[in-house]
Design a protein around this ligand. Structure first.
Ligand SMILES: N[C@@H](CCC(=O)N[C@@H](CS)C(=O)NCC(=O)O)C(=O)O
Length: 232
């Protein structure tokens, strides 16, 4: 059984989708990051950087409970545990790992900054808005070129690289990141294909009604982006 420490955000969606894709039995353990649940010492013992998602596999290696934090590591762990979305061939597997790392090191962090300066920053900071929007568009360009030569990010098969990237590049996020998707027809084709997968739809639907960071109160802003973040 997998305990899934979760809140419905793009990083949370990655592992929610993955759990549906690999069909492992799981339980959702809600971590309300707007209300500051991520600072609970019991959660930090599982996720040292106070961020969702995290998992505890009650039936981990050697039958012992095992905790995993960082969404990319969780996707790799679940892929390896089940053998799904995880090629056996080492070249194909490293193609997956490269595009997974591209998401973890670039798409996630940069889109996150773009989202912050476009939507949540209490001040208008034009230079930051322009910079992160440009970085975001550049990364869309990289994905578009790649998806012009292969059906999915890591090659001809759907993989954890797509699971990691889709929640940051799905239509709702394209809008939030001020992306004109007609400029990136291959990303458009890919995102529409991935969105049709039943497991993706089930994953995105988990706690969908709670996905509302918009117009944060002083307290929720403080928990997500403000003083509370830097207290430890
Ligand atoms: N690199 C981490 C990033 C996770 C992350 O930023 N999670 C956000 C939600 S999308 C979070 O938990 N924020 C709460 C906080 O910053 O206190 C991963 O991919 O798992």
């Amino acid at each position: 059984m997998i305990k899934h420490y979760y809140w419905p955000t793009p990083n949370g969606h990655k592992t929610a989708i993955m759990l549906e894709e690999v069909e492992l039995e799981y339980e959702v353990c809600t971590v309300n990051i707007l209300e500051g649940d991520q600072f609970d010492p019991a959660f930090i013992a599982i996720s040292p950087n106070n961020r969702i998602p995290a998992i505890v596999d009650t039936d981990g290696p050697q039958g012992e409970p095992y905790t995993v934090f960082e969404s990319g590591a969780i996707l790799m762990y679940l892929a390896e545990k089940t053998g799904k979305l995880w090629p056996q061939d080492s070249v194909e597997r490293y193609d997956v790992i490269q595009w997974l790392m591209f998401q973890m090191g670039n798409v996630g962090p940069m889109f996150g900054q773009n989202g912050y300066f476009q939507g949540y920053c209490p001040e208008d900071v034009p230079l930051a808005k322009e910079r992160y929007h440009n970085v975001c568009k550049q990364l869309y360009g990289v994905m578009d070129r790649r998806l012009g030569e292969s059906e999915y990010l890591a090659g001809s098969n759907y993989s954890i690289a797509d699971v990691a990237t889709f929640p940051w590049a799905m239509p709702k996020q394209q809008e939030m990141h001020r992306i004109d998707i007609t400029q990136y027809p291959n990303v458009k084709r890919w995102s529409e294909t991935v969105a049709m997968r039943p497991a993706v739809q089930r994953g995105i639907a988990v706690m969908a009604e709670d996905m509302k960071v918009g117009n944060p109160t002083e307290e929720t802003y403080n928990n997500m982006f403000g003083a509370k973040q830097f207290k430890q």
